[in-house]
Design a protein around this ligand. Structure first.
Ligand SMILES: *[C@@H]1O[C@H](CO)[C@@H](O)[C@H](O)[C@H]1NC(C)=O
Length: 166
């Protein structure tokens, strides 16, 4: 009984992590690394990056990055990290961000029953006077998003404690 409650608690935590897409604020002209990290080591180094579930952004097939089917709006703006594939890391770098990049970018892992890991981009005009720090490609999470991501584990943790005491 106790064990199954713990298992349920665990899945609540895992599902929370996987299903809540992160919103990242980025500026026009900047770059961003869209994260895609598999929950475990894969045998198949295959991941498909899509914009709003349709546009082809990037394909990684059997350890090879492909841009043959890529939508022209991403031409010369994408880069993946082949040295990271074996670690289950299929993150994608997107450069020269434009207004049209606002929306959700998802990485699909076919080996995981097409698990998707998504990031929602909010594209903003770069504020005057603020320059991009060299080498910094990380977007700024919005305040609301930070609060939500803080609250999520707290909320799940509370349920876990409550269930396990009960
Ligand atoms: C995945 O690779 C990218 C590019 O090298 C790196 O920035 C990122 O931190 C890596 N993610 C993890 C979880 O290791």
């Amino acid at each position: 009984m106790f064990k199954s409650v713990l298992l349920i608690c665990f899945f609540i935590l895992v599902l929370n992590e996987a299903s809540v897409p992160k919103t990242v604020q980025v500026f026009i002209g900047d770059s961003v690394v869209l994260p895609c990290h598999s929950p475990r080591q894969l045998t198949l180094f295959t991941a498909y990056w899509r914009y709003e579930d349709s546009k082809n952004v990037y394909d990684i097939q059997d350890g090879i990055g492909l841009t043959k089917e890529q939508d022209p709006v991403y031409k010369s703006r994408t880069e993946s990290f082949p040295a990271e594939y074996s670690k289950g890391n299929f993150s994608l770098k997107l450069r020269k961000l434009q207004n049209i990049d606002a929306g959700s970018f998802c990485c699909f892992l076919p080996e995981f029953n097409s698990l998707q890991i998504c990031t929602v981009l909010q594209v903003k005009e770069k504020p005057r006077g603020i320059q991009e720090k060299p080498g910094s490609h990380r977007g700024v999470e919005s305040k609301a998003e930070r609060i939500v991501s803080l609250l999520n584990p707290l909320f799940a943790g509370t349920i876990l404690l409550w269930l396990c005491e009960w």
